[in-house]
Design a protein around this ligand. Sequence first.
Ligand code: KPL
Length: 312
Amino acid sequence: MHIVIVGPGALGSLFAARLRLGGAHDVCLLDHDPERAALLNEQGFLFEEDGTSHRLALPVVTEPAEIADAELLLLCVKSAAVTAALARMRGHWPPRALLLAFQNGIAHLDPLAALPAACTWGLGVTTEGANLRAPGQVRHGGHGLTRLGFVTPRSDQARQQLAAASAAFNAAGLPAEVVPDIRDRLWQKLLVNVGINALTALHDCPNGMLLELPDARERLIAAVQEAAAVAAAEGVALAADPVAMTLQVCRDTAANLSSMLQDVRRRRPTEIAAINGAIVAIGERLGLATPVNRELTAAIKALEQGFTRDFS
Ligand code: KPL
């Protein structure tokens, strides 16, 4: 299978390395940034997993026209970059490809839904942990499960493509399954991210530390409860106890640095708008108060403005 990973960030680099190491796939990456692509082509990738380091060469291309024979596209750019990434691919969409989008939050659903009908896409929701030390240097921070599915009914051919994608993940040592309720799964992960990401970024701490800081733990619980009320009003089927589930993820990923903390430490824009910000926006539309999510969103946006000022 010819697999193209769009975006050489933490998750994209992890998927690329694992698929290449674990299977016989033809794997390449698509990057919009020519300088970074040149660096990655020159230096290769360093992939750390379970105490072992692997060096590997993976081709990185910059022009969407170069991926015309892709069969599986894994869209691994940050949520805020999805619209631009899809726009670059317009006119170059590989005719036989299935695209699977792996963003946190729910903000990517609208640009995906606006794709032409001929573009087959689905969603991926993963609990694999990926930490990027520097471009091309990625650590598999925790083993997880990847769920794949379609939001709307699709053809038999598309369902076969999805099953083949799941098989490719499994063969590469990335446990995966096709699920009928991927939108609910996306929301369930959103609630976990609502509770963990902003707070770890604000406290500059690994996920597990939120359990030890009474104020952070209290705000985690309140943020998830607000988001669960919004999700229920949107008709989402939630996990039995979203707060308990989020606290469990803190325990399971105790040493992990959340993706938002990694962004803040590297002074990069975060996914706050697609996570806590999305809960605030949908809550407003539904007439539901979300004060804790509003406060977390404002606090992270204030941090981001600091980055911009430093750069200007
Ligand atoms: O998805 C994550 C993230 O960091 O974005 C969690 C589950 C919080 C793990 O760190």
